[in-house]
Each structure stands twice: as structure tokens, then as C-alpha cells.
Write a protein that binds this ligand. Sequence first.
Ligand SMILES: Cc1cc2nc3c(=O)[nH]c(=O)nc-3n(C[C@H](O)[C@H](O)[C@H](O)COP(=O)(O)OP(=O)(O)OC[C@H]3O[C@@H](n4cnc5c(N)ncnc54)[C@H](O)[C@@H]3O)c2cc1C
Length: 412
Amino acid sequence: MSAGVVIVGGGQAGFSVASTLRACGYDGPLTLFGAEPHLPYQRPPLSKKAHTGPDGPEVALVPESFYRERDIALRLDDEVVSLDPAARTVLARSGARVPYTRLVLATGARNRPLPVPGAGLPGVHAVRSLDDALAVGAALATARDVVVVGGGFIGLELARVALAHGARVTVVELAGRLLGRALSPELEPRLRERHERSGVRVLTGTAVQALEGSRRVERVVTSAGVLPADLVVYGIGAAPRDELARDAGLAVDDGVLVDERLCSVSDPWISAVGDCARAPHPHAAGPVRLESVQNATDQGTLVGRRLAGRPPEPYTGLPWFWSDQGDVKLRIAGLRAPSDDVRLAAGDSPERLAAYAFRDGLLTAVETLNWPAEHLAARRLLERGTPVTAAELAGTTLGALARARRTTEVRT
Ligand SMILES: Cc1cc2nc3c(=O)[nH]c(=O)nc-3n(C[C@H](O)[C@H](O)[C@H](O)COP(=O)(O)OP(=O)(O)OC[C@H]3O[C@@H](n4cnc5c(N)ncnc54)[C@H](O)[C@@H]3O)c2cc1C
């Protein structure tokens, strides 16, 4: 077998690398390994609606013909179990040993397990894969009392999905507020209030101590009392799948350590992208590992272009994220540091809110609730690196500011 580019991980980032390589004219051998039996698919829909279809074809990124037409060798249901950087080969569970000229690790992340007794009972689920989402979709058909453990993005999305199915829903969060460090403390009460208004019960500062039931889960024991539950869904964070790299002797620190071109800092023939990679970023103080579609797609595109022979570029893509929690559309642009000053502003309807984060008087990040136009304006301004001061934004919006700046540019 002649060597070419091998991508380990058939998710959002791996797909982005493969499709970019072909789009940029790379015509050598190209192999994409996926541990799951499904075609590469998008994960965001998994927690935003109940999935009941037999195989969820609606979430596939592209149909199977896309890979065939581009001569991308898809090796699905075949997990790579080890790497040999000296011999430049990977070994798959099927026994196949595949040589590479360049290797890309796009192995994603896995859910952190729930560390309490009873976590293995039937009726207890986490959602990461399509199969997980199908299992939750089936359970929701009969669930009456749903307990969501973890008030993060995925937990809150699933809470609203369960509520829409007519279940009584309680979210139990260990920290004192929802969405931990991901959302500013200034905006969090507004988000919480919207979920509570819709009918979700929210318990923060509450520890889950055990899950109990005779044949399947029946109740959740917490530090605030016992909750009835016929379905428990947990989302308490994810850990990078970086063990292949670690076992092969590559530098790893809660993610595969890569440089600004997304090359492993230990081996220039190996790159890492998406949830499994920790990379330097101009918007962050140190190397960061981001879990978002934007990051997976943009990093995949950057590596695909480089491996196809385009000049190497540093990774500078503006981080942005969305989360649809029932009628609450949360959008985040930029990276907020805990020490940033945050100012809340209301839009022209009571549903629209923004939290502007400033560092040294300059805008660094914007969180919005149900205000897509302000999110897009924030992305445009932050992507261009156009400085926005707190004084400029007083009493106005980013949308209005951007329009005013465009008018000035046209006049001058
Ligand atoms: C339920 C859910 C909802 C989400 N919602 C949003 C959202 O609303 N907005 C947003 O921006 N982001 C969202 N995300 C995050 C986003 O989906 C991820 O950041 C993105 O999928 C990361 O892409 P990736 O390719 O790095 O990893 P993944 O998409 O996880 O793909 C990695 C793939 O690699 C495979 N793999 C791992 N190890 C091996 C191996 N050794 N051999 C072969 N294959 C392997 C895995 O099975 C997996 O299929 C969500 C994530 C989840 C789980």
C-alpha cells in the first residue's frame, strides 16, 4: 500500500481536513478512519431534538458518494489502536497497518463518566454519539421525570428537549451557577430565569450522590434531597481522546500539544485538530483546547490547506459558539477571561440581551441571548481585529456601531 495522508477520527474536524485536501488539489492516497459505524456526522443536533430514526441519516455531513467521488478511503467501524511515529504507520483494530506520509489526529473528546454509585443503571445516559442520542430519544418517549446532571450546554439543551416531550425536568448542577466559566456571571441569571420560566427546575450548588433503583434508575439522591427519575441524562464535561498520541510518546497535556500551525510539538509529520488538540491562539493567554464546530472546522481547513501544499498559516480563527436551548438561543463570540469587565445591554425587545466583555477597555468577547444580528456584528468586528472601546459602545449596539463605521469609511 502506498503511503499518503491518514486521518484518525471521522468527525467534524477529520472531515474538514479530508474535504479541504481534495478541494485544494491533493491527489495522493487519503484514508479517513472512524471508530463509529456511521458516516461522519454533526453532533450539535444530537442534543437539540429527540432522535428516533433508525440510523439518523439527517445528521451525516455529506452522503457516502462524496467520499467515493473524491477517492477518500473511508474506514468506518475501524478504530486506530496505535501509532508508530518511527515507522510512520498506524495500526487499526481490524489488523490493518497503514503507512502515512502525514498523519492527522482528529479523535475528538469523550464524556467524563459520572463518578457516583448507580451510574451504570439502565435509564442513565450521556450524549456524545448518534447511538447515545437514539437511546435518549427512545427513552424520552415514556419518561415522566427526567433529571439532568450538569448545567452545561449539552445538559441545558437536553433539559429543554425533555421538557418539550412533556416530562418534568430538574437540572442538578454542582457549581453555584449554570454554565460555569463558559458564560459570564452577569448573563447567567438571565439565562437561568428563562429556563425556570419555561418550567425547568434548576438546582445549583447541589451534589448528586447516588442513583438508585431496583432494575433501572428510579431516583437521584442529591445533597438537596431525593428526586424521582425514570431517565437521567448527564453532561459533566469532556476529556480529549489523546491517548494514541500519549502512548506514542508525543507531548500531551489535556490534549495533543500542537504549535500555531497545528503540528505536534514532538513530531512535524503529525498534526492534531479539533477537540483533541491544544493549540496556541492569539485570543488566549496560553495554549487552549476548544470544543466547538467552528474550531474543528477551521482547524481542519487550515491543516488540509497546509498538507495540500499551500503556504503554512498560523491558526488565528475567531472562536465562536452557539447553543440552542429551547427558545433560548445563546451565542458567544471571542474568548472572555474571568477578569474581563462585563457590561449587560438590552436589545430592542425584552428577549434580546448582550453581555460585552472588555479587557483594558477593549472589547474581547460578546455573549448574546436571542440576538443573532448582534452576534454577527460582534464576529465581524472581532474577526477584523477592529478595536471597540467601552466608551464607544456606551448607549449603542455593535450593529449600530458597525453601520456607523461603514458610513464613515465610505465618506472618507
Ligand atoms: C451533543 C453535542 C452537542 C454539541 N453542540 C454544539 C453546538 O451547538 N455548537 C458547537 O459549536 N459545538 C457543539 N458541540 C461540540 C462539537 O460537536 C465538537 O466540538 C466537534 O464535533 C469536534 O469535532 P472533532 O472532529 O474534533 O470531534 P468529533 O466530532 O467528536 O469526532 C471525533 C471522531 O473520532 C473518532 N475516533 C476517536 N478515536 C478514534 C480512533 N482511535 N480511531 C478512529 N476513530 C476515532 C470518534 O469516534 C469520533 O467519531 C456539541 C457536541 C456534542 C457532543
